[in-house]
Design a protein around this ligand. Sequence first.
Ligand SMILES: Cc1cc2nc3c(=O)[nH]c(=O)nc-3n(C[C@H](O)[C@H](O)[C@H](O)COP(=O)(O)O)c2cc1C
Length: 338
Amino acid sequence: MNSTQHTDTAEKHRLSVAPMLDWTDRHYRFLARQISRRALLYTEMIHAGALVYGDAARFLETHPCEHPVALQLGGSEPDLLARAAAKAAAAGFAQINLNCGCPSPRVQKGAFGACLMRDIPLVADCLNAIADVAPDCETTVKHRIGLDRDTEYEPLAEFVGTLARQTPVRTFVVHARNAWLEGLSPKENRDIPPLRYDYVYRLKREFPELNIVINGGITTNEQIADHLHTVDGAMVGREAYHNPMLMAEWDARFYGGTAPAPNHAQVVEKMYDYAKRELAENRHTTLRHIVRHSLGLMHGLTNARVWRRMLSDAELLQDNRAELILRAWDAVSGCLKT
Ligand SMILES: Cc1cc2nc3c(=O)[nH]c(=O)nc-3n(C[C@H](O)[C@H](O)[C@H](O)COP(=O)(O)O)c2cc1C
């Protein structure tokens, strides 16, 4: 890869919103895309078997404005992953990412996710199988810095170095904490194992030709700016969900965009139009499916609570009418003016 190609790919990964099961569905991604035009968005993890044997159309559905979107696959059978990746590539995803970071007991039972970090040859087979069938999509991997109480750097470097040698993968998304495979819930596994950003920085120093994206515990744009001095990209998960307006600065600050940052009123308007269309066109969608991902939109405003309360009120949601979004905004913005 020459240096211009490296810069192009690095820009694609500069900022991303993490894959989050049950959270980063297409409704959340639509919301996020109204706030940042440039950030890469990820789907939730989708098991390869669900794409091959299940309702693929539902999992692959995207709104045209959402792209670029990376689809994250879970699984450890190269053939099945290849079949799933072929479907994802045909559906227009920009990137296919293999999950090697999920510690949940259910995922461990299926022998994929974080426990794959123990079997580098199998991960290489999986990534090669994906890359072979999806040459126009970038194949990437998301992983932890280690497993259990192992705090050595070398196994991490071996994981990354071997995959870089044996597969076409050039982008590594590194959640900067270990996965403890026993004794912690998935939620605890996102908080308790200590963050070690220095390991991720060291990877970038030792593998300067790779795109290294750092993830874990990032909550402000200042932290993002700091990380970007050292690594190629920053991935934000929970903060981008609970406080999506964090992303309003991203295009101008991190991509040199010149369009003004969207304000709350503009995002609400877009969400209202979207909800109206979805409710008219898609008989499976309810208003609750859409607005449950918008509860954090007013984060930091004095009356954020009014917005959250109205949009999670079962009685108000029962009517299934997009106008509830405008009513909730009126309540918040009316309060802002007084
Ligand atoms: C509700 C939830 C679901 C998640 N689901 C996934 C997933 O499907 N795939 C994955 O690789 N990571 C998943 N993660 C982990 C995030 O992608 C991310 O690595 C983690 O939250 C740390 O980043 P943060 O501190 O910015 O949230 C999930 C996290 C949350 C909070």
